[in-house]
Design a protein around this ligand. Structure first.
Ligand SMILES: Nc1nc2c(ncn2[C@@H]2O[C@H](COP(=O)(O)OP(=O)(O)OP(=O)(O)O)[C@@H](O)[C@H]2O)c(=O)[nH]1
Length: 250
């Protein structure tokens, strides 16, 4: 997995990064290892890790890059897992954020275990990707290891209304059923709606941390808590996730 640290200004970032072809450019980025703890913390606020998950080609990379670099990725190049790091300002607070752009093969459910919050993406133009998103949400809602994990369902590519296969109300109902937020956005159309999605999730994570602090007096983050899950539960959950996702993509 590649790791990128973006503690630079957006202008510098945008001008330094060209995304075509994506994989070639990604390979040129400086490798920093896959352990976030190797890097200097960017502020006093604990690092906040967001996993972006979903079916192949739903726009996980496009959404991440739109948010972090204010650019749109027009081309499709299946990618390996990537970690991006940068500080973002939300409600006047600087948050050290790590965005985990996961691989489409759903090879790493551990990405969710390591996350403080999850963006579950589907494309409004692809019914199958909605079914996969549904599987993710069901797992997050039912598996004990993910209890109360802040999650946002994202119907992506909302600019492609003429190709729509998933009704807005259908996704809204799903989000209601599992108790998460839901937005339809387009990375192609601009930054505003994408910013809103990330900011909503970040706010939910911060609120959840606050609640945990109040209820337990502990400031341990989700990653630390996930480490306390017994290995048996971990193996069972991981197997269940892989099986459900495998079934949903057959
Ligand atoms: N019209 C439109 N196209 C989009 C949007 N977001 C992404 N795309 C396109 O969809 C294709 C796939 O986007 P990616 O970001 O590579 O998708 P991904 O989910 O990271 O794909 P994998 O790496 O296979 O997991 C690319 O051609 C993007 O340009 C969007 O909001 N609108």
């Amino acid at each position: 997995m590649e790791f990128r640290s973006y503690s630079m200004t957006e202008t510098t970032l945008s001008s330094k990064m060209s995304y075509s072809p994506v994989v070639t450019q990604r390979a040129k980025m400086k490798k920093r290892g896959n352990n976030c703890n190797n890097n200097r913390p960017l502020s006093d606020e604990p690092q906040l890790r967001v996993a972006v998950v979903g079916d192949s080609s739903v726009g996980k990379s496009a959404l991440s890059v739109r948010f972090l670099a204010r650019r749109f990725l027009p081309e499709y190049a299946p990618a390996q897992e990537l970690l991006y790091e940068r500080q973002v300002a939300v409600d006047g607070h600087l948050i050290p954020l790590v965005v985990h752009d996961t691989a489409s093969q759903v090879s790493s459910p551990s990405s969710i275990f390591q996350a403080d919050g999850v963006l579950v993406l589907y494309s409004i133009t692809n019914k199958r990707s909605f079914d996969t998103a549904k599987s993710y949400l069901e797992i997050i809602a039912t598996e004990p290891g993910f209890h109360n994990l802040p999650t946002v369902l994202v119907g992506h590519k909302s600019d492609l209304q003429h190709l729509r296969q998933v009704a807005y109300t259908q996704a809204q109902q799903l989000a209601w059923d599992v108790g998460c937020s839901f937005y339809e956005v387009s990375s192609e159309s601009g930054t505003e709606s994408v910013d809103h999605v990330f900011h909503t999730l970040i706010r939910q994570v911060l609120a959840s941390r606050q609640r945990r602090k109040l209820s337990s007096g502990s400031s341990k983050d989700r990653r630390q808590r996930s480490n306390s899950i017994t290995s048996n539960l971990w193996r069972k959950t991981r197997a269940a996730i892989l099986e459900k996702l495998r079934r949903s993509t057959l």
